[in-house]
Design a binder for this molecule. Structure first.
Ligand code: PRP
Ligand code: URA
Length: 208
């Protein structure tokens, strides 16, 4: 599996701010958006380009444009919604495929409860967004679903990944690409990432 920790001063600075215990919902949401935008920049750097001729100010010129626009953004409810708009800002024509999964707090097993995927998903690059890759269960379950519907090219974008989750994802789906703003230290006994962000969904939605 291709794993990229997007090591950039802007990302590290903003993630540092997000780790503050008493951060407000507003600020956490804003920073999640900003970091997601920077991760998107990195995750799209291999997009295929084509040369086209346009009418420039001084006559016809060759410019580059992204070849095709076949992307579906896949937010994993709920917390993935906090990253979705940042991806869509860069790719406003992308379609959205929503997957609802929560993690059982006792067993840490993923519990799927919703899916609405675009019809021609097998023709698209899926950019799956979820701020936290902890045990990896929720992401693996999402990718199982996407592949069962024919998805072949999958990019996973997260804010914080735990080594345990990366290992599990690598074993289950070695063919995908993972982009993380940070790879943290470990999981605690309750399956939370350390140092991590705490409960990202609660912080984005203000539910706590
Ligand atoms: C969080 C997070 C991931 C999942 C990660 O969601 O957003 O989806 O946990 O944990 P895992 O890698 O161990 O599966 P949560 O279950 O808290 O749901 P929410 O997004 O609705 O808050
Ligand atoms: N889900 C979260 O929101 N945070 C974690 O640290 C682990 C799972």
């Amino acid at each position: 599996m291709q794993v990229t920790e997007v090591n950039h001063p802007l990302i590290q600075h903003k993630l540092g701010l997000m780790r503050e215990a008493d951060i407000s919902t507003k600020r956490f949401r804003e920073l999640a958006h900003e970091v997601s935008s920077l991760v998107t920049y990195e995750a799209t750097k291999d997009f295929e380009m084509e040369q086209v001729t346009i009418e420039g100010w001084n006559g016809p010129i060759e410019v580059k444009k992204i070849k095709g626009k076949k992307v579906t953004v896949v937010p994993i409810l709920r917390a993935g919604l906090g990253m979705m708009d940042a991806v869509l800002e860069h790719m406003p024509s992308a379609k959205v495929s929503v997957v609802g999964i929560y993690r059982d707090e006792e067993t840490l097993e993923p519990v799927p409860y919703f899916e609405k995927l675009v019809a021609n998903i097998e023709e698209r690059i899926a950019m799956v967004v979820d701020p936290m890759l902890a045990t990896g269960g929720s992401m693996i379950s999402t990718l199982d679903l996407l592949k069962s519907r024919g998805c072949k090219h999958i990019k996973v974008l997260v804010l914080v990944a735990a080594p345990e989750g990366i290992k599990a994802l690598e074993q289950a789906h070695p063919d995908v690409e993972l982009y993380a703003a940070a790879i943290d230290d470990c999981l605690n006994e309750k399956g939370y990432i350390l140092p991590g962000l705490g409960d990202a969904g609660d912080k984005i939605f203000g539910t706590k």
